[in-house]
Design a protein around this ligand. Structure first.
Ligand code: FO1
Length: 307
């Protein structure tokens, strides 16, 4: 049984963690959004990859939702004292990963190779693939002008009103090695309950990924990010309203269209027509919740495949 997950940040990492409780690690591949990546004080930051690396290795700062647990902030304090930017916080332990990644990229290695090495060092058995080794940058047209993702998300706390989302570089980006095969050769493909517009759309914008989802013989099951008629965290609800999209599972199903065959929805929420549905409590608080949501998604995939 091989399962591939398309994922963004925290919500996706929880689903992958759940899968690792019900499947052997070598059966799981995560294809990760890199549209949030940017350069900050000369360092290459890959937030969604790092959220997955830290979550799967038990190093993540759960309270903060990003970065490492057990962190210290000497680098940031010194940077601030020197007049450097402190709006984007890099902890001391986190900086080590950023310095190494940046140096290895400058030496000509691919983000995929570097990520695989760090995953191995962290003792992670699952395969973690960036969606692309090429630069794809999520940008937002807002009432405050054109913003890159981190300036919108962190510096401006998602306050600007968004009129359009674009993915710079996507047209010419190539899927990272192994990405298309991971979709084509999987027994099931899951789309994590990450923000469909900010975290999953960058993946779908990389030429070949959407087509692979449509063409794969594997059932493709998305987990809806809507819980109790609301978006559980982050800017999803505000963004959907600004883009004129109703906050409903029907909108999520319509947005993914023929990319998905099934949708996992939260108990009591609206059930879109025209695709296979399974219900569960999709709020993933503890490890048992994560395993349950993962299992419900796998069961729906098996039902769609007639297994
Ligand atoms: N998010 C914040 O809200 N504030 C930060 O200062 C911040 C720093 C940061 C450093 C490294 C990293 O990998 C992630 C970081 N994040 C921070 C999270 C990140 O901006 C977003 O959560 C993701 O891009 C959205 O998935």
């Amino acid at each position: 049984m091989k399962v591939t997950v398309l994922t963004g940040g925290v919500g996706g990492a929880k689903l992958v963690l759940g899968l690792l409780r019900v499947l052997p690690a070598d059966a799981v591949t995560a294809i990760v959004n890199t549209g949030d990546d940017f350069r900050h004080i000369g360092l290459h930051v890959s937030p969604d990859i790092d959220t997955l690396l830290y979550t799967l290795s038990g190093k993540s700062n759960l309270a903060q939702g990003w970065g490492r647990a057990d962190e210290s902030w000497n680098f940031l304090e010194s940077l601030r004292d020197l007049g450097g930017p402190d709006w984007f916080q890099l902890g001391d332990r986190d900086v080590a990963l950023h310095v190494l990644r940046t140096a290895r990229l400058a030496g000509g290695e691919g983000l995929d190779q570097i990520t695989a090495d760090i995953a191995r060092r962290f003792g992670i058995g699952a395969t973690i693939l960036p969606m692309s080794n090429d630069r794809v940058a999520t940008r937002l047209d807002t009432d405050e002008g054109d913003l890159d993702f981190q300036h919108y998300f962190v510096a401006r706390r998602c306050a600007p009103k968004v009129t359009r989302i674009g993915f710079d570089g996507a047209e010419t980006a190539r899927p990272a090695p192994g990405v298309i095969a991971a979709i084509t050769d999987a027994d099931a493909v899951l789309v994590a309950p990450s923000n469909p517009f900010l975290s999953v759309d960058p993946l779908l914008a990389v030429p070949g990924i959407r087509a692979a989802l449509v063409a794969t013989a594997a059932p493709v099951v998305a987990v809806s990010p809507i819980i109790g008629g609301k978006a559980v965290k982050g800017p999803t609800a505000k963004l959907m309203e600004e883009l004129g999209i109703r906050l409903a599972n029907a909108s999520i199903a319509a947005h993914y269209g023929d990319c998905i065959d099934g949708l996992i929805i939260h108990d009591g929420d609206d059930a879109p027509e025209g695709l296979a549905i399974a219900r569960t409590d999709t709020l993933m608080h503890d490890d048992a919740d994560k395993a349950r949501v993962a299992q419900v998604a796998l069961d729906l995939a098996a039902r769609i495949a007639g297994r």
